[in-house]
Structure formats: C-alpha cells, structure tokens
Design a protein around this ligand. Sequence first.
Ligand code: NAD
Ligand code: MG
Length: 393
Amino acid sequence: MKRQRLTVLGATGSIGVSTLDVVARHPERYEVFALSGFSRVDTLAAQCIRHRPRYAVVGGGDAATQLESRLRAAGVVTEVLAGEDALEQVAAAPETDAVMAAIVGAAGLRPTLAAVRAGKRVLLANKEALVMAGAVFMAEVRKSGATLLPIDSEHNAVFQSLPAGFAGDFERRGVRRILLTASGGPFRATPLEQLASVTPSQACAHPNWSMGRKISVDSATMMNKGLEVIEAHWLFAAGAERIEVVIHPQSVIHSLVEYVDGSVIAQLGNPDMRTPIAHALAYPERIDAGVAALDLFQVAQLTFERPDLERFPCLRLAYRALAAGGNAPAVMNAANEVAVAAFLEGRLPFLRIAGVIAAALDAVPPGPAADLPAVLAADALGRQAALVALARP
Ligand code: NAD
Ligand code: MG
C-alpha cells in the first residue's frame, strides 16, 4: 500500500499533537511531509526528530534559526521555512496527499484554502477558517474536487451519522435535523453572579476536553458552539432551522442526526480527539486511534438540557451572524478572537466578551464575503471595531 503523505499545519497544538500520536501508530500507512508550529520550537524540533518531515514551517524570526540549529545538531535534514507563504506552499505541494488544518483562528485561513484549491484531502479542525469564508471555501471545494473531512468532534459525528454521499439534499434523503451536542463548558452551572470574576485558568479548565486556550475560552462562552453552528451550515448545506444545539454535559454523544421516520442516529465515544482524527485520516477505512473503548456502565447516565441564551449570549450572536450572512460571520469571528485574547491577557472581564462582539457586529456595515479579499477586509474591520469597543470603559 502506498503511504499517505501528510502535512500537519499547527502540529505543536493540541490537535496537531493528537494527530501525530495517531500517525505514529500506523507507520505503514502515513508519512509526514511537512509540519508547522508558530513559536514552540522545542515541541516542533522533537516532532521533526521523531517524524523526519521534508519541511518544517515556523512563524519567523528567531524561531527559524533556533529550529535549524536544533535539527542540525540532531543530524536531521528537514528544511526549515518561515512565514505565511511557506505555509501555503507546504499545504499545496504536489508531494502531499492530505493536510491536517489545525492552526487556530483566522491565521489558518490562507494555508487551509491553499490546500483546498490544490484539491487535497483536507482534514478540517480550523473551524474559524470555514466560519469566516464559508462561501469561498465551499466554492473552491467544488471547483478543485478537494475532499473536506470534519475533525471537529460534533461535525465528524454528524458526518458519520448522515447517509453516505449526503450533499445537503435533506428532503430526498429523509434527513430532518442535525442535533449538535455541547458540554456547556466549565460554567454551565456556575451561579451567574460569579461569572463576572472568572479567571482565564478557570475558563480554560474544561470538564471533559483538553484543548488549546482559545477554543477553551470559546467553550466557556459557548461561542465555540456558535462557530460550530455556522460550520455545520457550510459543511452540510443546512439552514439554521435544521441545526439545534443540545446541552449534553457528559460529552459522550458527539452529535446526532434526526430522520423523517423518527430514527435518530448518533455517534458516541470517549471525549478524545484522536477518534475523529483517526476517522478522517483513514476514511473510509477504520484504524486504531489509541482511544479506550467506551464503557457505558461507567458512563451510566446521559443527560440533556436546552441551552440558556441569557447565560450564553455568544450563541445568540452566532445565530444572528448566520442569519445576516455575508461578512457578518467573519466580523463576528474576528471580534471574538480579539475579545478572547484580551480576556486571556487579563484585559477584559469574561462577561464583556459578548458585548465586544455585539458592538463589532453593530459597527461594521453589512457587506458581501464572496471572495478572499472581501473576507480579509471583513476580518480587519471586525478586529478594528472590537479594539474600539475594548477601549471603551
Ligand atoms: P492550539 O492553541 O493548541 O494550537 C494551535 C496551533 O496553531 C499551534 O501549532 C500554533 O503554533 C499554531 N498557530 C497559532 N497561531 C498561529 C499563527 N498566527 N500562524 C501560524 N500558526 C499559528 O489549538 P488547538 O486546540 O489545537 O486548536 C486548533 C484548531 O482546531 C482550532 O481552530 C480549534 O477550534 C480546532 N479544534 C480543536 C479541538 C481540540 O480539542 N483542541 C477540537 C475541535 C476543533
Ligand atoms: Mg467541537
């Protein structure tokens, strides 16, 4: 069997590390063509020594020199590149078959889009890219024939629960609705008056999943679920009315699909991202992911609640941006990135995150987002408007 050659964008992050863990279990199936990391040179160096990629891409400056000297000392011939153009280059290179898009935030948009345009098998973790540029993305997928496989656990679960070859043809395939599960994050049951003073480390202490800091805060505000509603809209050609969010604190059911005959098909598993990663890497085959078997006797109970939009205004904002369409999701995503960064740096109270995003949505005039320049312009306007809102007392 020919080995699949893989580029991992964001290799040093939570998803990147889990991806390389799965890859290392199957050396006969996968070889690593390129790895990228922004600043964590130690981790990236160790990954290069272990996986021997042709290229390693860093953010720039010192990181490249440092990585270079680490690798030479270890006798590794991996070529070190730096910057955004290099990310696009390794994502689209003819020598790579599949690209794991696991950079966090808008920074992942261009390289992920480059992989799509080159017709790669794209394993999409970087949901922000799809939220910002859904229309551009899906048009490019159709044009290039790229295969887009969702890594987000909910979307991977929906993909597994939909009929094979589903193409947004709900009526014809008898599909009624998509039910996206959400854990509710660390503050699902925290008394509202305590939310005003929560710290970044409390927000990042997710009850079920271990993830990067940005998505952890998004889970605490439930903006993560808002982004995922928009992600589901694009991936499955589903109108907002076909996507319902269900709070399920155990994170065992990763999402469900409801059919017209009353059947509901779900995907279950332990909350470990190596399951959707292994699914997408091997699709349509199945491989060992290193994940323990689900012990239903241990789980014992599965419970469900309706999301509380007063507690989680970010979820409402995401439905608003989806309904507005055009540039609104890109503006919302950009403002969220600014607000979350400010919260993580101790410059913004947790409860003001939603207000900053709402202010940006109010401030930026609606417009189209039908091509990359328009998306990048919306992103810039969203960031600017969020910074203005941040500066207000
Ligand atoms: P992380 O913070 O752990 O890792 C982010 C990666 O992106 C790192 O490798 C970092 O070096 C790189 N990066 C950061 N800024 C960059 C920049 N400006 N330019 C280039 N590279 C940059 O994040 P994560 O938790 O692994 O999440 C990655 C993506 O996957 C996010 O979009 C997230 O929403 C999505 N996702 C993550 C999980 C999870 O369990 N962690 C689950 C579902 C979806
Ligand atoms: Mg998710």
